[in-house]
Design a protein around this ligand. Structure first.
Ligand SMILES: C[C@H](N)C(=O)N[C@H](CCC(=O)O)C(=O)O
Ligand code: MG
Length: 361
């Protein structure tokens, strides 16, 4: 099964509601779709979102990285030699983790098809069903309480609340949400780098004193501030999860060595795909650090790949794969089945896609 061409397309899906974080507001998924075509007629799909504020990747840069750099290094190679392809993919250019992830996902899709097995089974086959949280955008406390209650009524047992816009208002936001949903719902918070270290310690201690029962806090401080992240981790009881601070396996090892965070968020778009994400899993197992798997604003193509990884690996104990349920429509036939909080894999080969509608190549 040899790679003969890589085609690039664009997928555009309006979100059900605006997605608002401390870093940005987004109204639709606008992602690059990668289609790898082989000499046997098998096709592999991947996807990359232009999350410029986190990865630095724009639509043009993702397309340019694949078209001008990656393509020439991997066209002609045999999917059976995945290791060789991954080495060439990694060496084709530095950074550009989202472009690499999209290609890596399409390659793993083909690798599964080559071996006529669903990817999660090839990677470990730990389970075939996982439960995701859902994200509540940062707004005023009343609106967030209402959105949280709506999510609970849809059956979600874990909510990921966006904060980091204003520390004192963030405390009010969490008080309003806890009051609305009660204590049987897990609340995790994501500040998306919005606080300074001392501000984070102040805010999180206030939340502890108010008995808000926060499961963990994601990326309280700036991505590059590993010392600040460690200061927060050392000074609050709420567990701290590193997100934007961890892109590569090297970042993950550094954070774990420093004990700068209690948990690590793996995202395929930061790691550069499944190949590197597996290395983060191995490091996390070695250090005894549990992982979350997350996503950017992605449709079912790339999130299905993340589901396969999560289903394969027991070190991934927390799931934030709500991209597809935030979308107002699903143009992807096949792949993982998203039924609100419940995500189930089929045993179709690879990632199990049948068709992706509405993509302009
Ligand atoms: C969509 C997911 N639940 C999420 O919240 N991801 C964000 C970044 C998403 C973005 O801005 O595209 C995160 O965990 O920081
Ligand atoms: Mg995050």
């Amino acid at each position: 099964m040899k790679i003969v061409d890589i085609k690039l397309g664009h997928i555009s899906i309006p979100l059900k509601k605006p997605f608002k974080t401390a870093l940005r507001t987004v109204n639709s998924v606008e992602d690059v779709v990668v289609k790898i075509i082989t000499d046997t007629g098998h096709v592999g799909y991947g996807e990359a979102p232009p999350t410029g504020v986190i990865t630095g990747d724009t639509t043009g840069a993702i397309k340019g990285a694949i078209e001008d750099h990656i393509k020439k290094h991997i066209v002609g190679l045999d999917i059976a030699n995945l290791e060789e392809i991954m080495i060439r993919l990694e060496k084709s250019l530095v950074k550009n983790s989202s472009a690499k992830a999209a290609v890596d996902i399409a390659l793993y899709d083909l690798f599964g098809q080559l071996h006529n097995a669903p990817l999660y089974k090839l990677l470990g086959g730990y389970r075939k069903e996982i439960i995701t949280d859902i994200t509540i955008s940062v707004n005023d406390p009343e609106e967030m309480a209402k959105d949280s209650l709506e999510a609970v009524n849809l059956g979600y047992k874990t909510l990921k609340i966006k904060v980091g816009k204003d520390a004192n208002l963030d405390i009010k936001r969490m008080e309003a949400i806890r009051k609305a949903v009660g204590y049987n719902i897990d609340l995790r918070i994501d500040a998306n780098q919005g606080w300074r270290p001392k501000e984070a310690i102040y805010t999180l201690r206030k939340m502890e004193d108010a008995g808000l029962n926060i499961e963990f806090v994601e990326q309280p401080v700036l991505a590059h501030d590993f010392e600040g992240l460690k200061m927060v981790t050392d000074n609050v009881f709420i567990p701290v999860l590193a997100d934007e601070s961890v892109f590569s396996p090297r970042d993950a090892i550094k954070i774990m060595e420093m004990r700068a965070a209690d948990l690590v968020n793996i995202k395929l778009m930061k790691a550069g795909g499944i190949h590197n994400a597996l290395k983060i899993c191995a490091a996390a197992e070695t250090y005894g650090v549990e992982c979350m798997i997350g996503c950017m604003l992605e449709s079912k193509i790339s999130v299905t790949a993340a589901v396969h990884l999560a289903a394969a690996k027991s070190i991934i104990t927390k799931i934030d794969l709500d991209g597809p349920v935030l979308c107002s429509e699903d143009p992807v036939e096949g792949g993982a089945i998203f039924d609100e909080y419940k995500i189930t894999l089929t045993d179709d080969p690879g990632l199990g896609f049948k068709d992706v509608r509405g993509v302009k190549y």
